[in-house]
Design a protein around this ligand. Structure first.
Ligand code: C5P
Length: 218
């Protein structure tokens, strides 16, 4: 059944990894494919939303006409786009696996190997979720993701509060068939007081569960 419950709403969605350049041919990255965030964007568009999808470098993409696709590469690029789009959004869903750190400087030439260990200094990237949370207006809703390997519920709730999120989607890399690289996911949804656990299902169905929970909070 197609609902039109997001008609007239504008959603900002981040997805995929970020690449943090080390030199002209190397970067630091992570295993995110963007599949969950793309599924969220397509599900939201199908429900009538106008969607800005800020997508890090990945093989996957979307040609959905209801989606304004904004490709980015680094955390700082993703940050700049999100800060610009957030004032126009009714909600943001931040599913991107944003690099916490980037190399302190990018080498202008390819780094040469030598017969000794190489040290790379890293500096912190901006936290997009925390910044949007700080600038959140009373009518806006903010949804984050958490991927935890230990003390999952406690850490996820801590993030929800610290970043001023309304909802956080917890997925565990320990669950069979869930999170990075899979076409299915198994999530728990947390707000300040409640936890709801969902079955393992295709990411598109997970996307609709998340959008159902968000729709009730405007
Ligand atoms: O603190 P942690 O990285 O675990 O928080 C995860 C949540 O914060 C996700 O929603 C992720 O997209 C978002 N995030 C972000 N910018 C960062 C780091 C994380 O928006 N630099």
């Amino acid at each position: 059944p197609t609902r039109n419950d997001y008609a007239g709403r504008r959603l900002l969605i981040t997805a995929g990894p970020t690449h943090e350049d080390l030199d002209p041919v190397r970067y630091l990255g992570n295993k995110s494919t963007g599949r969950m965030g793309i599924a969220l964007a397509e599900a939201a568009a199908a429900r009538g939303a106008s969607v800005d999808l800020v997508l890090g470098p990945t093989e996957l993409s979307t040609t959905d006409p209801g989606i304004n696709l904004v490709p980015v590469r680094s955390a700082r690029e993703m940050h700049a786009v999100c800060v610009a789009l957030w004032p126009k959004a009714d909600a943001a869903i931040l599913s991107a696996a944003v690099a916490d750190y980037r190399p302190a400087s990018m080498a202008q030439q390819k780094i040469k190997k030598e017969d000794k260990p190489l040290r790379i200094d890293l500096v912190r990237n901006p936290d997009i979720a925390a910044e949007l949370g700080e600038d959140k207006k009373p009518h806006q809703r903010l949804v984050g993701f958490a991927l935890e390997t230990e003390n999952a519920l406690e850490n996820a709730r801590g993030k929800l509060e610290r970043k001023n999120l309304d909802l956080i989607v917890l997925n565990s890399p320990n669950d069979e068939g869930a999170a990075f690289g899979h076409t299915t996911n198994k999530i728990q949804l947390l707000d300040r007081d409640t936890v709801t656990a969902f079955e393992l299902k295709p990411k598109r169905a997970v996307a609709d569960d998340i959008l159902d929970a968000l729709a009730g909070r405007f």
